[in-house]
Design a protein around this ligand. Structure first.
Ligand SMILES: [Zn+2]
Length: 191
């Protein structure tokens, strides 16, 4: 069944009391349309059917991910019905929940988009940030490569063998008399 068919089924269900808005576990005996679930608690709600084919995952009530489509077989599972009866969740056939769901999705997409745009901005700001420059491994002196961004972030250059040693190094500025420049060298402070 398509979602549209499901929706129209709900929209014409006004004449069927008990199948509109908030419903109870016993109503599932006569209802097989779309269900929405809202997490009313501060903890994550996660339930799946025994075979794992259908799953409900809801974030805490203030997370912006507290509303979701509730698979019918999850709704019928005893584990889920227990938290439903304890009013940890609210189950609804109300198409208005679809609007809440859409809003939550739009919010999440906007959040992802903002994160992507931020990343793009950093690279677009200066595409050179992605360029690789040769450097000497701070531990063994072998040649390795760093991105310009890594250099700007003052990360120690390390070869693949010593990449895990980064936290051990601190940058030390020194004045190179030969070139009249202030340079950075990487030292391991003695423990
Ligand atoms: Zn090395």
């Amino acid at each position: 069944m398509t979602e549209e068919q499901n929706m129209s089924q709900v929209a014409t269900s006004d004449e069927r009391p008990g199948l509109h808005g908030e419903i109870r576990p016993m109503d599932l005996r006569t209802y097989d349309g779309p269900l929405y679930c809202e997490n009313l608690s501060q903890t994550i709600v996660s339930h799946s059917t025994l075979d794992g084919s259908e799953r409900l995952y809801l974030g805490p009530k203030t997370s912006g991910e507290a509303v979701g489509l509730l698979p019918l077989n999850v709704a019928k599972s005893p584990g889920f019905q227990r938290i439903w009866r304890r009013k940890k969740v609210r189950v609804s056939t109300d198409p208005e929940m679809e609007a809440v769901l859409e809003m939550a999705e739009i919010r999440m997409e906007a959040r992802d988009k903002a994160a992507l745009e931020k990343l793009d901005a950093v690279v677009e700001d200066d595409p050179q940030n992605k360029d690789l420059v040769p450097a000497s491994c701070a531990t063994c002196g072998d040649q390795t490569y760093q991105t310009v961004a890594e250099q700007k972030a003052a990360l120690p250059p390390l070869c693949n063998d010593h990449a895990d040693q980064a936290p051990q190094f601190v940058a030390e500025a020194y004045f190179d008399k030969d070139t009249n420049e202030t340079k950075t060298r990487w030292v391991k402070p003695s423990a």
